[in-house]
Design a protein around this ligand. Structure first.
Ligand code: AVJ
Length: 319
């Protein structure tokens, strides 16, 4: 197998993870960070979601990349240090390699196990690109290796992952990315989901095969392992809907009956029947609103590409 030039993991202290999780579970409106959806099985279930007929974002974004490949490659420029935030199985970046021709590829993901496998397969396919793997929760802090060139940095944040941040957090995140680049030839290539009919959004997050339900419920297995807790997925149901007042899809887990969950060190929480744990928000934007946000974050010229229905947008923002 080809050797990766670098695999590194900046790990969050387990106590910190536990404190954050417990605080969310004990809150009046219980909530968990969407990052807990992505253990190894969660990452696989998300890859399956991307294949669902109802889940339009992946397919729509891919069509935009395919249709405007040359324009997008021209915006990004050649020989970039291509930094893939939330690389997952790396398939989105890999599809762009022939036209983008990056000099270096840095795959960043919270699940280093998952991404390292994908990158080592990719390295064989593209031996001329130097590849690096970073296991990091970049939503909290973007800690890139000091050896990495500050110039020619092209960040890649596809799939509308930005939607997991509330708008103000998204702005702060974009500012951090902007500050992590220097000079000319630096920029951000980002995919953003646009506001659309509620029925389309509801179906995209509550599919008929129940894959998104499994993805949401799998969070309970992950939390059980992290906290030594006793959540039983059968006691919970998947709820997902577009909240049009907040321009976001919300995912929740709803207790099917009254129950008490226990975890390590004697921690517990009672849930009434129908009570929910808010597990994810997926914010949607208008083209104009998102461009304004990029400008507030300090970016320069912005180019956008959309599909014929205006369901999804790909943006390139220069430093
Ligand atoms: C990975 C955050 C872009 O919000 O559409 C898909 C996650 N959750 N189905 C999204 C997700 C349920 C996805 N993002």
């Amino acid at each position: 197998m080809a050797q990766l030039s670098q695999v590194a993991q900046t790990s969050v202290a387990p106590e910190e993870i536990e404190q954050q999780l417990v605080a969310g579970l004990l809150a009046v409106h219980a909530h968990t960070s969407p990052k807990y959806l992505y253990d190894v099985l969660g990452s696989r279930l998300f890859a399956a979601i991307c294949e669902l007929p109802e889940y339009y974002p992946t397919r729509t974004e891919a069509a935009i990349f395919a249709q405007y490949e040359q324009q997008i490659a021209a915006a990004v420029g050649p020989a970039s240090v291509f930094i893939d935030l939330g690389a997952g199985n790396c398939s989105k970046a890999a599809r762009l390699f022939p036209s983008l021709q990056p000099r270096q590829y840095v795959a960043v993901d919270i699940s280093v196990q998952f991404v390292a496998e994908a990158v080592s397969a990719l390295q064989q396919q593209f031996p001329q690109i130097r590849m690096t793997c970073l296991g990091m929760d970049f939503s909290a802090e973007l800690e890139l290796p000091p050896t990495l060139d500050m110039h020619h940095r092209q960040f890649f944040y596809p799939g509308s992952s930005i939607g997991n941040f509330a708008p103000l957090e998204a702005l702060m995140f974009l500012r951090r990315i902007r500050k992590a680049m220097a000079g000319s030839n630096s920029g951000l290539l980002i995919g953003v989901d646009l506001i659309k009919d509620k029925a389309i959004l509801d179906a995209a997050y509550d599919d008929s095969l129940g894959v998104t339900a499994a993805f949401n419920l799998n969070l309970l297995h992950h939390v059980n392992r992290l906290l030594d807790a006793d959540f039983r997925p059968a006691d919970w149901r998947h709820r997902a809907f577009y909240n049009s007042a907040q321009y976001r899809v919300e995912m929740h887990l709803e207790a099917r009956r009254e129950l008490t969950v226990h975890w390590q060190d004697g921690g517990e929480r009672r849930f009434a029947r129908g009570e929910r744990i808010h597990t994810e928000s997926s914010h949607k934007y208008t083209r104009k609103g998102f461009i304004e946000m990029l400008q507030l974050a300090g970016f320069g010229a912005v180019q956008t590409w959309t599909d014929p229905d205006d369901w999804f947008m790909v943006c390139h923002a220069q430093a």
